[in-house]
Design a protein around this ligand. Structure first.
Ligand code: GLN
Length: 238
């Protein structure tokens, strides 16, 4: 973090990666950081702008195939996200953004190079995965059941260099068994929703990674917890 302890958040390419209300993840992080007394600076960086390298958390959302491959090309040419990860920044990516973090992904019938920030590859399944998604989160992360909404044609195979975010109890995620992935402070998921509105403890994990705080003051999570309970009950994963 900066010397004045301002938390700097970057929403990467709102013009290309912004399906299913994923920008809500930026609002949730800004809100939960401010509630703990951290000054917050949130910026949206379009694909025709350079990515800053010194932010604390970078957020990538979902997207259709065309914008997804354009976004991957732009991010590779820019190089800012790679440099930020080398500096220790946090990255949280959803669906198309998650696939872009891997070595390769499939879009419009072609295999496209990804950023290689997570050890995974995505290809295409004829059957789209659409609907509620839930999973038991990797014990190391110490989080409650993940819940979200998925809509993707991609299927993702994890390499040994990353761990699954969760083990699927409803829906498909990566391949019907695991969902999402993480390594270091880079984490991706197929969960829209937006994911951080539906999983406030995941939002707080990202804030702890970014701030180095061992714990954060509690905030009133009555409403998000009610929503989580309803969605988990709806898929029989409560
Ligand atoms: N285009 C990608 C797929 O279908 C990602 C979709 C999304 O971000 N919702 O797998």
């Amino acid at each position: 973090m900066s010397s004045d302890s301002t938390l700097r958040l970057v929403w990467v390419y709102p013009d290309l990666l912004s399906t299913y209300g994923d920008r809500g993840n930026l609002l949730i992080l800004a809100h939960r950081a401010a509630a703990r007394g951290f000054p917050v600076e949130a910026v949206q960086v379009r694909s025709d702008q350079a990515l800053p390298e010194s932010a604390d958390i970078y957020l990538l959302g979902g997207g259709e195939d065309g914008p997804q491959s354009l976004a991957a090309d732009r991010m590779t040419a820019d190089g800012g996200l790679h440099r930020a990860v080398e500096r220790g920044s946090v990255v949280f990516a959803v669906c198309a953004g998650y696939q872009i973090l891997g070595h390769s992904f499939s879009a419009r019938g072609a295999s496209c190079p990804g950023l290689g920030l997570l050890d995974l590859r995505s290809d295409r399944d004829p059957q789209r995965a659409v609907g509620e998604l839930a999973g038991t989160v990797d014990r190391q992360l110490g989080l409650p059941t993940l819940t979200g909404f998925e809509n993707h044609g991609g299927r993702t195979a994890l390499g040994p260099g990353c761990a699954p975010l969760a083990h699927v109890t409803a829906g498909v995620g990566n391949d019907g068994r695991t969902e999402g992935a993480w390594h270091g402070k880079v984490l991706g998921t197929y969960a829209h929703g937006p994911a951080l509105a539906r999983n406030p403890a995941l939002a707080d994990l990202l804030l702890r990674w970014a701030t180095g705080a061992a714990a954060l003051d509690p905030v009133d999570d009555t409403w998000p917890e009610r929503l989580r309970g309803q969605r988990l009950a709806a898929v029989g994963a409560a």
